[in-house]
Each structure stands twice: as structure tokens, then as C-alpha cells.
Design a protein around this ligand. Sequence first.
Ligand code: IVH
Length: 679
Amino acid sequence: MTGPSGREGAARRAEELRALIARHRKLYYVDDAPEIADAEYDALERELLAIETEFPDLATEDSPTRRVGGEPAAAFETWRHRAPLLSLDNAYSEEELREWEDRLSKALDGARAGYVVEPKIDGLSISAIWRGGVLDRGVTRGDGRVGEDVTTNVRTIRSIPLRLADPIPYLEARGEVFLPRAAFEDLNRQREEAGEPPFANPRNAAAGSVRLLDPRVTASRRLDCIFYVAAVVEGREAPATHWEGLALLRGAGLRTNPRNRRCRDLEEVLRAIEELREERHALPYEIDGAVVKVDPLALQARAGGTSKFPRWAVAFKYPAEQATTRVRAIVVQVGRTGVLTPVAELDPVSLAGTTVSRATLHNEDEVRRKDVRVGDTVFLEKAGEVIPRVVSVVLPKRPQDAVPFAMPGSCPACGAAVAREEGEVASRCTGASCPSKRRETLLHFASRGGMDIQGLGEALVDQLLAGNLVRDVADLYALAPEPLAALARMGEKSAKNLLDEIEASKALPLHRVLFGLGIRQVGERAARDLAAAFESMDGIEAAPVERLQEVPEIGPKTAAAIRLFFDQPGNRALVRRLAEAGVNMRAEAAPAAGPPAESPFAGKTVVLTGTLPARSRGEAKEAIERLGGRVASSVSAKTDLVVAGEDAGSKLDRARLLGIRVIGPEEFEAALAKAGAKR
Ligand code: IVH
């Protein structure tokens, strides 16, 4: 598919796809009326990405595929805003709101204005600029005059169009970037499991995410954006009111808030604020108030403002909601990655629209700092944050016999030792068969750097666990074909493929198993070093800390983690079962000093298909990897080479279709021999 006709066809299809994608994203994000399923939309984006990967020159600035993949920056450039991004004065009561209107009315010489009331989302304000309808820049507020150019990160936010539905020659819109409640909760859960401090509220999380130097991380955060003002419009008739400005943004494909209300006077404003207060907890994002704005732009201009605040708008802040209740118990939960989290179980109390009966206490340090004890009466608050927070203990109400909290020494789920590493806040379970982390452990074991069992992904691991077919990684080697084939979406052929993969993994050298066990601190590099130094699993298992530390690159922290791992009887039993199943526990013969220069596989993505007469799949894979290549499971535009053995099927057809180089077993063996790969 490299000829001129292939390229022309691809260019035409790419244009078509971009138009389709633009249409469906507007239907989804702006009109809230999707016509296709999320999966179909994703398929469109993936198809475009495949074309652009094959023909990089066809990728345009506004291609939806440009949302991800930018390289991390060293720092952000600064950017001077054309019009400053002002902040808002606050009002905390009806009375203060009336005072605001009085001041406004004076500035307007008594002219009466209509208003718009909008939810005040608690996020990070940004200014986005489109030139000729193409997203040109995204900038943070900064100090209001000069902000940071965060364009690459802003591009990753799906609700911000890279191309406008209406190509306004110049548009500058301001809006709030935020993390929806659900995404915020997920992110914090992940952070706690990884032993990282959780974000205090969605605003911090959004601001932190937009200001990450690595846009790939930003892209993973599920940020959203709602625009609230058309700040500069050129080449189009300018709107006469704020409300019309919002309509213009919507017409261009920007998302605005459907909860915005147009009000004739302050009485209607007060009603709108009250309605919003009642609804606020049902919104998919946190709000900390309502913004009231003068609607006619001519009156906004006449009202003017101070250097900090405009006089034509004000933020009405809802008070933080608070409650007190009693701590019934402090339980310790074990997360997916083995992190132990203390959670306060509370007498149920109504707070901010929900009944609260639990509150996370995050970690050991946090419980100590607040000194929360069972029996204590605690003060809860829910303001910007989604999850209720234990603010403090009401000390006068503390029962006399209350004792300080202590983290358990053994895992509540499996009984293995609990360890807290130096410099970390998280306490973790060290058992490799702990039921709480089964899923993660299995996935890690099967991962590319581990046993590389292709096909054993999240969906299948979940099925295996649900069907009670495996409990730990050693069980994989006892899997029988029939129960496997009986799983949903499996069938005999996939079952056989998986069992072949599992079988092939047995031949992998020691460092792969070692890494696959998921010992804390032991990454691929450390696993290689350990395997080279000890040559066998037994050697590592028996080595005292001092001996482990003699291995270059293995520091005291890693040595201690390894020792602790093998000190757990459960972990030793697991390793023994793996060895009994036939998993290789010895290091590869001669440690390769990196791929030889003439390696035909260096930097190449290779797909293996069919049966090779001379070596098993695992051996072939290992040989290619040793020579600097990567083995992938499916043929795509990114594939460089396909090795086709006997009975090669659809992968071979696809490789031919894509014009990818295909070699047979003899040519493969010859290439390996030339590059000096031993069997
Ligand atoms: S208007 C001069 N509208 O609140 C007008 N701001 O406290 C300035 N915010 O920096 C902003 N939702 O980050 C406006 N619907 C909304 C808003 C909103 C949230 C934020 C924005 C601003 C801050 C001011």
C-alpha cells in the first residue's frame, strides 16, 4: 500500500474521517445527542490514526489524532493574553448580592440590566484561540495578564475541538477545565493505590493535570472543558449580549453549560441560584457557586471594573457543608495493588446531599496527624472536594478509653507481612498470592517485560478469576483447554493459542519470571542484574541482604524488598509451584551485551505467525528480543516484518495486503545465525 494510488485513497479517506469525527464529536459533546456508539466513534479515530501512521505527511494540525502523543516539554512558554483574564468578586449572601447590584446600578446610571446565571465550576480557567477555525493555542490564566502556553495538553481534552464546526477567522474563548466527579474519584483511588498523595479537590487535580510536562499523562486524565465567554471574535458579527456570545460558541462546536439561565432581574437571579444550589450535587462535576453576569455587552462595557474584578459580574459562593458524627470503627482496606488504606466507618450522617457513612483516612501518617480514634466525634466537611473529609476531632467529646490507631502488621486479606518503605506514605501487603491484588499480579506476570503471555489481558484475567479457574500465577500452568474454551468469547482456537503462549513462557530466562513476580522495587533492569549475578532463583531466594546488595545497582531498599518477599512462606511456596510446573528458573547462558550492530531486528516490530520448525514461539520471541526487536501479536501499519511459518493464516494475508515484508522459517534462521543468536 505504498504506491501513489494507495496514498491518494488514504488521503481521501482521511479527509472523510476527519469530517465524520468532527460531526460526531459535536453531536456528542455539544448537542448531547450522539448518533453512534462510543465504540464506533473510537473506531473512526483509530482508522484515521492508522492512515496517519502509515502516511505521516497526511496528518494535519487539526487531526483528532493529534490529541495524544506529544513529547514532554522541559517547561512551558509564557503567553501574553490579548485581553486580561479577570477574577471575580464574591458574594456570600442575598444581602451581599443586592449590594453588588446597587454598586452596578450606580455605575450604569440607573440603567437596568438583564443577567445570566451560570454554574461556577471549580476547575482551572483557560483561554483557547482558534485561527481560521483551527485550534492554535491553549493558555492558562497565570496572573491574568501572562499565562503559560499549555497547547499540547489542551489538545488532549476531547471536548475542546481541534477544528471549529464554523471556521470563524479568529476566536478566543475562555472556559473552565475540570475533572468530572467520577474521573476525580478514579484518579485519587489510583494515586492512593500507587502510594501517591491524593488530590485534595478536583480543582487541584485539574490544575495539576493541565500543567503536567508530559501530555501523555494529561491525556490519561479524562479532563473536560466548558466554555463560559466569547472573549474575542473577529471576522464575524460580534454578539450584542453575553447570551448571544454563548450561542456563537455552541454554533462553533464549543461546549457551553446547559445549566446556564437567562434572568430578567435580581429576583429571577436569586431563584436561579437557589435552584442550582438544590441541583448542585446531582451535577457530574463540582461547583462552588454561581456566577452572575450582566447580559448586554454594552452595559458590561459601561459598568467597567477595578484592575482585579469586573463590576459586571460576581461569584455567589455556596457555603461549605459540614456535619459532625461518631467514628464507629477504623477498618483497613487492601487495594488492587496491595496498598492498605484506613477508612473510618461512621454513624450515618447527611452531608451535601448524600448520606455519609465512611470517610477515607488516606494513610497511617494522616490518621496520626489528625489523631482520629475509634469512638471519637469528628467534624466532616464537603466543600470543593467530592469525598467528605475528616477535618478534625472534637476533642472534648473523646471517650476516656480511646486508643491511638495503629496500622496492622499483617495484611487483613492474606496475612502476609505489611511493609512501609522509607520515604513512602503507603503501607503495602507483600504477599504475591494476596487475593486483593490477584488481578494486578496476574496482569503484571503476563505483561511484555514479564512472561509475555499474549492474549492474557484484563478481560480474560477477570473471567479466569470470576470462574475460579486461577487464583495465582502458578495456577496458569495447570489450566486445562476445556474450561478455558467454555469461557465467553473464547472458543477452542483461542484457548489453544493461550495455552501455547503459556507453554512457551516456561522457556523464558530467569529475569523474566523474577520481574513477573512483581516484587517491590524489582523492575526489568534489576531483574536482569540479579539473574546475571545469581544465575538461579534458588540463589536469589537464599541470599542474605548483604549479598544482594553486592549486585551493582541493587541498593539497600531493593535488597530489603527482595529479602522480605522471600521471607514470606506463601511467596516461597508460589515460586516452588512455578518451578514444579516446569517454569525455567535459570538465567540465560551468556548475557548479551546489547544487540549486535548488524542485527536485522534492531528497533523492528516483528509479528510471528504459523509454526516454526526449529524453535518454539517463546524461543523465537526471546531471540528476536535479544537482538533488539519487539514482537507484536497483530499485524498493523507499524509492523516491519512478519515471520510466517507453516499454516500461517490471516496475519499473513493482512501482511500481504499492507505490503509488509514477509520471510519464511529458513530466512529467519539464517538471519538469526548471521546475527549470532544462539538457540
Ligand atoms: S467568568 C470576568 N464564568 O471562576 C469574568 N468564571 O473566581 C471571569 N469560573 O477565574 C470569569 N465558572 O476560573 C466565569 N461560568 C463561569 C465560571 C467562571 C468558573 C471560574 C474562573 C474564574 C473564577 C473566578
